[in-house]
Design a protein around this ligand. Structure first.
Ligand code: PEP
Length: 254
């Protein structure tokens, strides 16, 4: 009932020519895969040429960040108004933004509102640090992050959440599907508490953190996990294709 989604977060990688080459290497095959929503999140500078490449394709575009104001004296920032015609998704609250750019839950909440105001769908990232995990605080952390991010936000089944344990991002040490599934259930109940059960059942919740072609099957076999937010493996055309294909195949049976 929830359309599975695989999103590639390219982070601060690829020049414009490299980004075009990467899309060109995957596009024909990606278009052939049904049953999974496919989203690429390249750096801002490649958005326009990639949007042109994706004309008429089933692949969607996302960005990795965004400011919440519509326009004004916010040097260096990109507003939702500038993005409406360029992308459908925006990754918000990624742990790298929280960690290196001091993004707070309050700022992320403003950004979620800003995205919805203009019809851009947030891929809201939440997840605990290693010490929090070891202190058995995962549930507390993700519950707090979700509640604060959604404070005052109108209910929307469009929202996508990515559960990304910080200790699993870029480390090669993915969570187990069981761990991911347990936390995703907590996230879904939290959303139900804020927005009601009916909407919460329709919100897609992904897993992210060292997903590869070798472990994607494990995650998407679990009915609670609606897909993946993929970092480094999304920069390799063959590997990303394999991840999307496996997700499509497995989700058709789950
Ligand atoms: C990410 O950046 O969201 C991510 C999950 O990265 P990686 O797949 O490289 O761990």
């Amino acid at each position: 009932m929830r359309l599975p989604l695989i999103a590639g977060n390219w982070k601060m990688n690829t020049t414009v020519p490299e980004a075009i080459k990467l899309v060109a290497a995957m596009l024909t095959e990606l278009n052939r895969i049904d049953g999974v929503e496919k989203v690429l999140c390249p750096p801002f500078v490649s958005l326009v040429p990639i949007k042109e490449l994706l004309q008429g394709s089933s692949v969607k575009l996302g960005v990795q960040n965004m400011y919440f104001e519509d326009k004004g004296a916010f040097t260096g920032e990109i507003s939702p108004v500038m993005l409406i015609d360029l992308c459908q998704y925006v990754i918000l609250g990624h742990s790298e933004r929280r960690q290196y750019f001091n993004e707070t839950d309050a700022l992320i909440n403003q950004k979620v509102k800003g995205a919805f105001r203009f019809g851009i769908v947030p891929i809201l990232c939440v997840g605990e640090h290693l010490e929090e995990n070891e202190a058995d605080m995962t549930k507390v952390v993700v519950t707090r992050q979700i509640k604060l991010a959604l404070q005052g936000v109108n209910p929307s089944a469009q929202l996508v959440v990515a559960y990304e344990p910080v200790w699993a991002i870029g480390t090669g040490k993915a969570a187990t599907a069981e761990q991911a599934s347990t936390t995703i259930s907590v996230i879904r109940s939290t959303i139900a508490g804020v927005w009601g059960k009916e909407i919460a059942q329709r919100v897609r919740i992904l897993y992210g953190g060292s997903v590869t072609q070798g472990n994607i099957a494990e995650f998407v076999t679990d009915a609670e996990i609606d897909g993946a937010l993929v970092g480094s493996a999304s920069l390799k055309a063959e590997e990303f294709l394999s991840i999307v294909k496996q997700a499509a195949l497995i989700k058709a049976r789950v």
